[in-house]
Design a protein around this ligand. Sequence first.
Ligand code: MSP
Length: 506
Amino acid sequence: MKKIYLTTPIFYVNDSPHIGHAYTMLICDTLAKFFQLDGYEVLFTTGTDEHGMKVEKAANKKQIEPKVFVDKVSKNFVKLSKTLKISNTDFVRTTEERHKKAAKAFWEVLTENNQIYLSDYKGWYSVRDESFFLEKELEKRNNEFYTVDGEKVQWIEEESFFFKLSNWEDELLKYYDNNPEFISPSTRRNEVISFVKSGLKDLSISRTSFGWGIKVEKTSNHIMYVWIDALVNYLTSLNYPEMSEKSFLFWENSSHIIGKDILKFHAVYWPAMLMAAKLPLPKKIFAHGWWTNEGQKISKSIGNVIDPNDMIEKYGLDQLRFFLLREVTLGQDGDFSEQSFKTRINSDLSNNLGNLIQRALKFNNKNFSNKMPFELEKPNKDDLLFEVYNMYEKIKPDMDNYQISKALEKIFTLLNKLNKFMDKSEPWNSFKTNQEVAARDLSILIESFRVIGIILKPYIPDASEKILGFLNIKDESRDFKFIDFKYKLKKGHCINDPEPLFPRYE
Ligand code: MSP
């Protein structure tokens, strides 16, 4: 069986889950569902990033022990994964024993391979980003230094272990060159290449000034830099350091779906460390864009954070999925506005999809006693039904390239054509003069709904299952294999009465 391994970033637990977290989860879930329906064995992980200065500070502020704090707040992310009904096969917490074991083993291999040395770190650090900065990357205001995002940095000086990142410049560039698909979209790939070309410095990978992290063995006071700890989570789920042959097969076809802000860690540090540990690299790093809210950057201080729970309560899960997936090309930034949300849901989901199914099935059931009324013949190349069966072939290349919105655009263009077909064929009129013609046209629509119901499962799973339920399709006949004329609904097949799928918003 073909295998694929998809990962979301693991989330800092100091924050409440917001739309950005939900976005990454939903992208991965859509891809996971698509590949599963396509016959792949899928591993899909998400989780929480629970160590580091930022989390420790958040716990201190609440005057709770860090471990007690993270046990509590990581549940919010587990809850989000349940609310979003994502199909993750694992949830990694970096405070779990299996993860500590993996991170320590990874460190050990880097040490054995002579990739780590002890020295002193002096430089700027942003707690929010959990990242080191060079002075040239910062802005100076009133004798203080800030990141481009306006985050004040602090000066740190401490003993630290370093990873010999500078040794890997050429190897990385060679790898990007030989594997043009490794970093997507290509604009991000270019950014990474110029970053590496501008020169890499060795990376400070341990901290001694605080204690909330995974201990570096054989030292008294070093803990691992939180990003090293966090990146290893992708291997923890594959049971590193005891990865089986099967785990390696998943790893060979793995994709890290991340936000554009954490590209450097995934596309520079992580591959260099994997090379240094003599491990194969993941297949792909895909960086998605960021959402703004009504044109404004989303931030706690502005108070415009979008809570996915509120959105789901107000509009529904499929509606939220659809908007986020359809509105922007994966990789680009998107703007969230109530107006564009409602417009998108009304035009695509309520009118184009929901209303069409409702009208056709209601009319059919009333006039043809809840039965498929006609035995369809194999369609010719020019028939609309031919295009319907062909839709999977048409969107497969888009989905292989994670172009989710493009795939949805194609499916909804087809739905447009089905609407036009219904309007033009006017079964309510033909029924009065030639019932056979009305029966044939309705059957073309109903069979199309079967295919559309299957094909939309990765994107709007709840509605798809409902559509397939209206058509009485068995659970085991709902994957992509069944998008074929040989599995068509036969004349006489029972059809249930439809319920409304998507209410319209005013
Ligand atoms: N803990 C690190 C990741 C470690 S992975 C080995 C981290 N966590 S985070 O909680 O800050 O961010 C998680 C993800 O949420 C990132 O991919 C980030 O890009 C994404 N988003 C945060 N805000 C976002 C938006 N406004 N829009 C879209 N995604 C955003 O970074």
